[in-house]
Design a protein around this ligand. Structure first.
Ligand code: HEM
Length: 140
């Protein structure tokens, strides 16, 4: 094979096409790995890996605290880079941001927060008037 994996890119849709035990890809840290041959050898079993297909499995992989040896195994399974963002916004899925994978709920909450940040003025004005009114009453 002469294909250069570092120049191959995968979209989420393409990644999802490789979610079976006889054709299994994983997305870790923005890179795509063909783990089909490794499924039977995985010390944690094949089921945990199959459950992580078709999405960003970085967090599941890191939560286990995999060793350096586990990370070295990845190199020879590398088949290409992940392109774009994980747009599937089912709860629990991750969105790939420049800071790494972030739960989609967090991204949405931040966007909401940013959209409503102008609302603090709507608290400030009535309070100012109320305090002013109390001061006026006090000095009568
Ligand atoms: C291609 C990706 C992966 C590779 C190369 C890999 C490799 C390994 C290796 C070598 C171990 C033995 C302990 C160690 O050296 O850290 C291990 C253990 C384990 N892995 Fe993975 N792993 C991969 C993906 C995953 C994923 C996606 C999960 C999902 C949660 C997972 C869950 C586990 C668990 C639970 C163990 C502990 C097994 C035990 O000690 O009973 N692994 N893995």
């Amino acid at each position: 094979m002469s294909s250069d994996a570092s120049k191959t890119t995968f979209t989420l849709e393409q990644l999802k096409l490789h979610s079976q035990s006889d054709d299994c890809y994983l997305l870790l840290h923005g890179k795509v790995y063909n783990v089909t041959e490794f499924l039977d050898e995985h010390p944690g079993g094949d089921e945990v890996i199959l459950a992580e297909t078709g999405k960003d499995s970085t967090e599941a992989f890191e939560d286990v605290g995999h060793s350096d040896e586990a990370r070295e195994l990845l190199e020879k399974m590398f088949v290409g880079n992940f392109e774009g963002t994980v747009t599937d916004d089912k709860p629990g899925t991750k969105v790939l941001t420049p800071n790494g994978p972030v739960p989609v709920e967090e991204v949405k909450a931040k966007a909401k927060e940013a959209a409503s940040s102008g609302s603090s003025i709507s608290y400030f004005l009535p309070i100012t008037f109320f305090v002013g009114y109390l001061a006026w009453r006090y000095f009568q």
